[in-house]
Design a protein around this ligand. Structure first.
Ligand code: BDR
Ligand code: CA
Length: 309
């Protein structure tokens, strides 16, 4: 299996990404989970991660990371994810606790002690990853790739041009995109197409406990979607995991991508350069489309597997 670290801010869709990974132990070896302030403040989203793991009895180490972006104050996703960061289901308190180590040291240890290179899967602002590779640049060679959810070439969701995870910490995102580590970007171009619709949510709630819990998550998540006039509920973060499991479900383009940190209208925008210049050789596989039905089936099957455990 591919050794991975999931860096997240659960977050409704982060929770589903974690569950999707947990359901595939033969393909993904989750070495740890790190958390970062994003959808809600750090303590809340860390608690959410632990609750999700506890719900499915998965004793995976969780390390707390950065509470705030590299510069300035944290902007949370409370409008979409609620006061807890994962409103909806009434989850029992977690039986697990975070490890003592902070996220950066925790990732560093895993990367240094692993025989194989580690794949990072960030589904949140890139603060922890930027701190890691800035403080310990030598680990870059020990990172296989970064399959991240963030950005979007055609549009944003916080502003016209910026997607939430990049918008919250554009400086960190820029460091990561310019790091030289191969990146697979599940941005809004693809994740908005990875949508789940009302009928599917109803069906989930007829199934076992994990599916029902996800159905309840999606009930809350869809309130914001309806308010915003979205067609379906985009399962953003699970795309970063789904690509590792089934890359053949996605269409992509290799491009040079970096992040705007200054523009008045464009701070936090992911910018692709299509000029054929050697200095802008592709650093990112940008996912652009997905077989939506197969993707939703992958999620359903994963939850069913967890229901049967
Ligand atoms: C991203 O922002 C967060 O609210 C979601 O969890 C996802 O990671 C989508 O823009
Ligand atoms: Ca997220």
């Amino acid at each position: 299996p591919i050794p991975i670290i999931i860096d997240c801010d659960p977050g409704h869709d982060d929770a589903i990404a974690i569950l999707l990974a947990l359901a595939h132990p033969e393909q993904l070896d989750i070495r740890g989970i790190t958390t970062v302030g994003g959808n809600q403040i750090l303590d809340k989203i860390t608690d959410n991660a632990l609750k999700v793991l506890s719900f499915v009895n998965a004793d995976i180490p969780v390390a707390k990371g950065a509470a705030a972006p590299l510069l300035g104050k944290l902007v949370t996703g409370e409008v979409a994810h609620g006061e807890s960061g994962m409103d909806g289901p009434n989850l029992p308190a977690s039986k697990f606790r975070p490890v003592e180590q902070g996220a950066v040291e925790f990732m560093l240890n895993i990367i240094r002690s692993s025989q194989e290179k580690i794949t990072l899967v960030p589904t949140a602002p890139l603060t922890n990853i930027a701190l890691l590779i800035t403080a310990y640049p030598e680990v870059k060679d020990r990172i296989e790739k970064i399959s991240l959810m963030g950005g979007g070439l055609s549009h944003g969701n916080v502003t016209a041009t910026a997607e939430f995870n990049i918008y919250v910490d554009p400086e960190a995102a820029r460091i990561v995109f310019e790091s030289g580590i191969p990146i697979v970007m599940s941005g809004l171009d693809v994740t908005d197409k990875a949508a789940i619709f009302e009928d599917d949510i109803v069906e989930l709630k007829r199934r076992g406990p994990v599916s029902v819990m996800v159905g309840e998550l999606l009930d809350f998540y869809s309130i914001y979607g309806r308010k915003m006039g979205y067609v379906g509920n985009a399962l953003h973060d699970p795309c970063a995991i789904a690509w590792l499991l089934h890359p053949e479900l996605f269409q992509s383009e290799q491009l040079y991508v970096t992040v705007e940190t200054e523009g008045k209208l464009t701070r936090g925008m992911t910018v692709a350069d299509r000029r054929k210049k050697p200095e802008y050789a592709a650093n990112t596989e940008v996912l652009l489309d997905v077989d939506r039905q197969a993707f939703i089936k992958l999620i359903f099957d994963a939850l069913e597997r967890l229901d049967q455990q």
